[in-house]
Design a protein around this ligand. Structure first.
Ligand code: F6R
Length: 242
């Protein structure tokens, strides 16, 4: 795993945006796997800035998002569909038809998961997958578990994730209890993976991901087996690496 150390969140965002920008320049019709959460917001802001300057063109870029809460409508401000439109899609010249987020309103989980997995396959797979990292080592909504889930599936969120995400909702009761997420196998099929992490509260998860035993209790540890992973993280997030 290649590690790029940055002094702070701003530098992390710029460096990660640089890598995404390079991917778009090299392959204008690339498939980007995207993430939500607080970590990538600075990256999306940076990409929008370069787009506005005329340095980036999203007209042929395709995207697939990692995950979506089950049960939220697309116009719900906490849905990941809404997040992506708000932070990126509505601010650049991407074609809405080329953007994909699992549909949280589909009740039949199996149907939606198979559709999403087939969709990624039909797009030729992901060229560059962006990942944030949960404090418990989750990636997407792949929570610590007894084994690594392979394909897109419906998950029950753990208490720690509900707790971490409640800051976006009026109360913990309003956080959905389930979500659709790409599986670990889906993520591992991406050509390149870009993980971003900042802040001290990610330091344990970063150390476990990079240097811990490969173990489904730390889902991100599987990334040690992928041959093209770049971690861009600030000093605080890297502070527990030995
Ligand atoms: C979001 C996602 C999650 C987040 C993770 C970190 O699409 O898949 O795995 O990347 O929970 O979230 P933040 O960036 O808010 O710390």
């Amino acid at each position: 795993m290649k590690i790029i150390r940055t002094k702070d969140y701003e530098e992390m965002s710029r460096k990660a945006a640089n890598l995404i920008s390079a991917q778009i320049l090299l392959k204008p019709d690339c498939v980007l796997g995207l993430a939500t959460g607080s970590t990538p917001i600075g990256i999306y802001d940076q990409l929008v800035e370069w787009y506005k300057k005329g340095d980036l063109d999203f007209s042929t870029v395709k995207t697939v998002n990692l995950d979506e809460y089950k049960g939220l409508t697309r116009d719900n401000e906490q849905s990941y569909y809404y997040f992506m439109h708000h932070h990126l899609f509505d601010r650049v010249n991407i074609d809405e038809e080329n953007t994909h987020v699992p549909n949280g309103k589909v009740e039949n989980g199996d149907e939606e998961c198979l559709r999403y997995e087939a969709l990624i396959e039909s797009m030729g797979g992901v060229d560059l997958q962006l990942l944030g990292l949960g404090r418990n080592g989750h990636i997407g909504f792949n929570e610590p578990a007894a084994d690594f889930p392979k394909i897109t599936h419906c998950v029950d969120l753990t208490e720690s994730t509900i707790e971490a995400n409640k800051r976006f909702f009026a109360s913990a009761d309003e956080v959905p209890r389930q979500a659709y997420t790409m599986g670990i196998g889906t993520i591992m099929k991406a050509d390149k993976i870009l993980v971003v992490a900042n802040g001290e509260d990610k330091a344990d998860a970063v150390a476990a991901m990079v240097q811990g035993k490969i173990n489904p209790e730390v889902p991100a540890s599987i990334l040690q087996l992928h041959n093209n992973v770049i971690l861009v993280a600030d000093e605080a997030a890297l502070s527990k690496l030995k």
